[in-house]
Structures are given as structure tokens and as C-alpha cells.
Design a protein around this ligand. Sequence first.
Ligand code: PLP
Length: 482
Amino acid sequence: MTAGRSLYQALSDYAAGDFYPYHMPGHKRNPAGGEMADYHKIDITEIDGFDNLHQAEGILKEAQLRANRLYGADETFFLVNGSTGGVLAAIMAAAQPFDEILLARNCHKSVYHAAILHGLIVRYCWPKMISEYDIFDGVSAEEIGNLLDTYPGVKAVVITSPTYEGVLSDIPGIAAAVHERGKILIVDEAHGSHFGLSSHMPQGAIAGGADLIIHSLHKTLPAMTQTALLHVNGDRVDRGKLRGYLSMLQSSSPSYVLMASMDACMKFLEEQGQERFAAMRGHYESFCEKTASLEHIHIGKMTKVSQKRYELKGWDLGKMVISVKGTNMTGKELGDVLRETYHLEMEMTAETYVLAIMTLMDEAAGWQRLADALCEIDDRIEESADEGSFASGKRAAYLNRPLKSRMTPARAFQSEWETIPMQEAAGRTAAGFINLYPPGSPIVAPGEMLDEAVMKQIEEYRRTGLHIQGVSEDGQIVVVAL
Ligand SMILES: Cc1ncc(COP(=O)(O)O)c(C=O)c1O
């Protein structure tokens, strides 16, 4: 980036180029999602006639009701600092300070942040890996039921479905297991705000029976970054308390630009949603036909993995896990070629795959550019001769290997910290998070014991240029002081 250029200028220059976004936000810079006026003109505060999000009685109440009608939950709240605010408020309303909660270990960091802020005791459910793609599988209802029997003090269960890579869990089964035992189910459906809105999309967690459901509108729908929704079903959660936490955790000056964007998105879905979702299904099917002859690149969808071996109950068609596992190319290299040669920017690059996000705002040309590039690249790839190569994905094994938990995340985070080189960390207790970003689910959470294997894995990621949060540039991490 040229020194001295303002952020606005840099963004405008980038927008004028030919890079195609296979990443969030879901509007894909496509004005068909409803262009809004110059943002200065609609950026106001709580003046007469424009209501107040924290006690909505007028136009903002109407807008939230519009969203509510579309999704069919009992109540829906606008969120202006993303799903993060909704996850924090949901967990804090569902469990009292120092209570016990059960989390799928692949949850987003905001779930852990809630556990820290509320001093919660955390029990984990470790999803398996789908070894063909080195990604997390869904969570099983049976395992959740068993864990709740082992930890009867748990107040609430938090799972992520779909995962960042689009893998769905059995929400109705999990809801039944949780409710039978008198607990609360929170589903972080941040990546599934398009679910349940069309017969072409999977049924979502609202219809699946979850108590609290969080949606990032900005991830997969045409709405501005930071826009999200929190939905409530039933009366297991005290709504007054929930509103109270939403007020504490969100800005007292929620942006009217963002709220207008959410409402515009709801109107767009009401008016054009069905047609757009049907078109998306059509684009997806032609993309599958065009890429059916790929020899080395595999695109992760249900047909490629055995449902018998795994818990997954479906795979969001908007998430394309484009795998080069077992070839002489790494995910990072694939992402680089797509960016540098084809000007296609992916959502994420991992060891053995790249992730492309497709939404109802991608037109045929977007699908076509990706299919064409993959067909060309596939011709240049070879199978790997090196069994132990990085691209073989063998080293992703850490992901479902439980680390020993020595204290609650809150106690570790709030203890005295010491900063040490990561090479000296084995045997110590993590005080902070170490995340592979995106998606931002922790490799290490505060309170966990660091061991040689996990530290080696993190070093390997750093060497191959993947983004690691929680390790400083010179390789230092924070641990609980002795
Ligand atoms: C599964 C999951 N939950 C929650 C969040 C937080 O969402 P937001 O960025 O809207 O705050 C993310 C963000 O990437 C996520 O991947």
C-alpha cells in the first residue's frame, strides 16, 4: 500500500480494480442488494421520530419486527457489533456468573470471551475432524446428551452450526437432548443467516428448536459489516436480562447506517429472496458440472464424504472448501495463485485448502471465474510424492486433540501474566488465546496446558505464513505466572 494514502482512498482504489470477493461481507459489493444513500446523509442519532434501539418503540421496533416475521422466531433483536455482541449477551443471560457451561471446542473466540467475562466453568465437547478435508465435523446429539449426564450442573450448551466451513449439526436432535435435561441451547449460527429462508437452503436453528440463535447478516447476506441478529425462542431465557446485557455490551449510539442496512436487507429478502436463492442453487449446480472433471482439487461437499462416518447433517452450499490435500500444492499456495494470477480473493487459506464464500449476491460471472481458474490450476497440480508433506494434512491432528485444562479460562486470563518465548512454553498454562485467524476459534484457550506438540504445530503455521493471533512477531506468548 502506498504510504500516505488514506484508508478511504485505499478502499476506493481497491473497489475500482478487478479483484473478485469470495469472502465476506455477503453483499459482495453488488449494488443489486439495494444501494443506500451517501452514508453521511443518513448517519444520525436518536432524534425525534427515529426511536432508540435500547428501548425500541417506533421505527426500530417495526424494523426488528420485519426481521422477526421473516425468520419466524419468537423475538428478534438487531445487533450493531456483529454476532460477537449477540454471543456475549446470549451466554451471559443464559448462565449466571460462575455457572458451568458446555461448549463445542471449535466455538468462536467470542464464546470464550463470554466465559471469561462471566467467570464460567467450561466443559468441552470436541468435534471430530472430517479427515478428507481437515475440517471440523458436526456435533452429535448423543455426545451432547452424554456430556450433560456427566456434568449435570451445566446450565447452557453452545455449539456452532454451520461451522465456518459450512458443516451442519443435527440441531433438532441436539435441542431435544438439551431440553430433555432442562438446559438451554444456544446456537451460534453466525454463518447461517441465510438458513430457513428458502427451500433451497437448509433449515436453520430457529426451526430446529434452539433457544437463542445468533446470525451475522454481514457474513452471508447483503448487509453491511457488523450487522447481525439475535433470535429468541421460548421462555427458558429471561428476556429482560437479555435486553439488559444487549444494552451493556453494545454501543449506546448504535449506527443508523448499520440499522438501515439491516432493514434494507430484510426488505430485499422479502421482495427478491426466493428468486435469488433459487438462482444461487442454479449457479452452484452449474459450478459443480464445470468442476466435476477436476482431478487433483476436491471441493468439499457431502458427496465426497461418507455421512456414515461423520456427524454432519448437511453442508451449506455457499461454503466451498477447495482442497489440494495430497498434492504438491499447499492451501496457501493455491490462495496465492488465485489472488496473484486470477485476482480472486478467498475468504481464508488453510494448510490444505482455501475457503470461498458464495452468497445470493454472486452473479453467474463470479461462479464462472472461480470454476475457470480452478480448471486451469488443476492441470498444473501433481499428486504429492511426499507422504509426510505439509499438504498431506497429517499435522492437522492437533485440532481434535484435547489439551489438559488446568483452570477456568477466567482464572487464567485474570491471573498475573508472564511473557515467555514459545520454545519455552511446554508445561506452562496459557493465560491468553492462540487462534488461527480466520476463523478465530482457539487452538489454545486460557487455562490450558501447553505441550510440545501444540507449540510445534503453531510454529509450523507461523513458518508457512498462516495468520496466528496470540504470538508476538518475535515469538513470545503469555502464560500464567509461576
Ligand atoms: C462462528 C462465528 N461466530 C461468531 C463470530 C463473530 O461474528 P461477528 O464478526 O459478526 O462479530 C464469527 C466471526 O467470524 C464466527 O465465525
